[in-house]
Design a protein around this ligand. Sequence first.
Ligand SMILES: [Zn+2]
Length: 265
Amino acid sequence: MRSLIRRLFAGTPPAPDPVSWQAVRTRLPWLRTLDDGAPSDEGSSVDVRPGSREAALQALAARFLQHKTITPIGDLVLDDSDRLLLAALCCLPLLEFGEEGLHGWSQLIVYPDAFRVNRTHVDAAGVMHEWDDELIGEAWESGPLVLSWADVQADIAEPDAGFCVAVHEMAHKLDALDGLLDGTPPLPRHWQQAWARDFQRAYDGFVAEVEAGRATTIDPYAAEAPEEFFAVCSEYHFSAPQVLQAAFPAVAAHLAKFYGRPPLA
Ligand SMILES: [Zn+2]
């Protein structure tokens, strides 16, 4: 029994069915160029096997589907292709980091559209404030990842617009892996120091620009907090890398190392 359970939970999941993967590949623009420019592409015009980054993403997506429950809310229906698409999208930021990036949570909740959450806060005078927030995604610390399906679709429809809510929330998950949501994911010590220095410098400059009321090429939401700056810049890495490169070259270089070459570069 024990060995069976171990095999069930620890075994390598089968790769996604090639027909289903092809369908997801057609739907997700970021997948099609993953291996562009890679040495393995040379002289392989008749070779239709996935390149190494695409194969790695397939393995990650299979692992995602093996370990995470995907729960649609309300009247939303997700078929197998939708589930594989969500798994592939959430694993896109893990191509370099690896499957350890899936650690510590087990559920993806998908709302049909933007969803309301109730917030409460007790201020210093003991007065409770209560309000509603409308969200398109949320990442609970060691809890579920929550996405709006309509917004995932909107990101896919305009893949180079600088938005990708699944990547944004996965960046929060990676950030929280070291127990601290601060805009720095777990990294080797020397890299972490350089990362913290370069991100802090870019963030401080950005906050100053936003506070001065200047128009910015990067979404001003990134000025909310260092962890939002990291999550928003991660979205640009995948969906508008040139904009990120022009705005914060040092940050773009760290993210290119952390996530791998941007698929739309
Ligand atoms: Zn966020």
